[in-house]
Structures are given as structure tokens and as C-alpha cells.
Unconditional design. Structure first.
Length: 183
């Protein structure tokens, strides 16, 4: 039988505590979180564009690019504000580089839809078709991340399939909520 620890573990002070989840945890996990968030957000934007009355290629490309840029900038602002609130200081260069690195996948979510919009502008397909394919690819990506996570948990292929399907259903549900709310 062991005796209880006579001294409580020290609580990190605001000055020594990590500023945000993005800076505190595993960088790969934080980057994946940002990529999943961007995927869901941009899927909603792309589906809304596909449902729109008359959108042209330039307007669609600009909407997707500005949505990705806006989400990325909002994330950087929120990251810096939370950093200041918790540490009582501005981020240093290393922390800024980390925040930029962690949040950069938010911009990657726009690549697929922009490539498809570009292909449509070149005549390879109708714009609405390109947008719907882009949304489908993003939803399939959600499934693949969930499936991969299920495999990594080691519970077998059936569990991985269920994990992928659950992530897809949740992602599609969030997209539906965003569309209902005007994204």
C-alpha cells in the first residue's frame, strides 16, 4: 500500500501554461482538426454555391477562396487573443510560426474546389457539377479520416467502417446545419 502524495501537484500559472490547444498539444492532431473544420465549412460553402441561382466561375472561385481565407484569419485572431488572455503577453516569433503551421490546413480545404472550378471554367464540366463533385470529395475525405482513425484504434475493419460512417454522418449533419443557418 502506498501513501498518498503529501503535496498536491503544482498548477501551471498563466505565464507558464500553454496558450491554446493548437500550441499545447500534438501538432499533427491540431493540424488535422483544422483540416477537418475547413473541410466541413468549405463543403457547406460549395453546396450553397451549387444550389445558388446563377453563379459564374469567377464568383464561385472568389467565394471559396475568401471563405477559406476568412476562416484562416479568424482562427489566427482567436489564437492570438486566447494566447494573450492566458499568458498576458503577445506571441513571440516561434509561437506565431507554430500558429501559422497549425492553422495552414484551413487554406488547403479550398484547393480541391478551386481546382474543380478551374476545370469547369476550361469546359471540362458544368460549374454545378464541379461544385457537387467538390462537395462529394470533401465528404468522402471525412469518411476516410474516420475510417483511418478507426483502423488506428486497432478494433478491426468493421469498427473502422463504422467510425468512417459516423464521421461522415456528423460532417454532413454539420454541413446541413450550416446551410440551414446560411453558413
Amino acid at each position: 500500500m502506498t501513501a498518498p502524495d503529501p503535496q498536491p501537484h503544482p498548477v501551471a500559472s498563466a505565464a507558464s501554461a500553454p496558450a491554446t490547444a493548437a500550441r499545447a498539444g500534438d501538432t499533427a492532431a491540431a493540424r488535422l482538426k483544422e483540416r477537418i473544420y475547413a473541410t466541413i465549412t468549405l463543403t457547406a460553402v460549395v453546396v450553397a454555391l451549387a444550389e445558388g441561382d446563377s453563379v459564374d466561375h469567377g464568383e464561385a472561385a472568389l467565394t471559396v477562396a475568401v471563405a477559406a481565407l476568412g476562416v484562416w484569419l479568424a482562427t489566427l485572431v482567436a489564437d492570438e487573443q486566447s494566447h494573450r488572455a492566458l499568458t498576458r503577453r503577445s506571441a513571440n516569433r516561434a509561437e506565431i510560426r507554430t500558429a501559422l503551421h497549425v492553422s495552414s490546413p484551413l487554406l488547403l480545404g479550398a484547393v480541391g474546389p478551386l481546382v474543380l472550378i478551374g476545370m469547369s471554367a476550361l469546359g471540362a464540366m458544368d460549374l454545378v457539377t464541379a461544385l457537387l463533385i467538390g462537395a462529394g470529395v470533401e465528404v468522402a475525405t471525412l469518411f476516410l479520416w474516420g475510417w483511418r482513425t478507426g483502423l488506428r484504434l486497432g478494433n478491426g475493419p468493421v469498427s473502422a467502417m463504422i467510425s468512417g460512417l459516423l464521421d461522415t454522418v456528423i460532417g454532413v449533419g454539420v454541413v446541413a446545419v450550416k446551410l440551414l443557418g446560411g453558413h
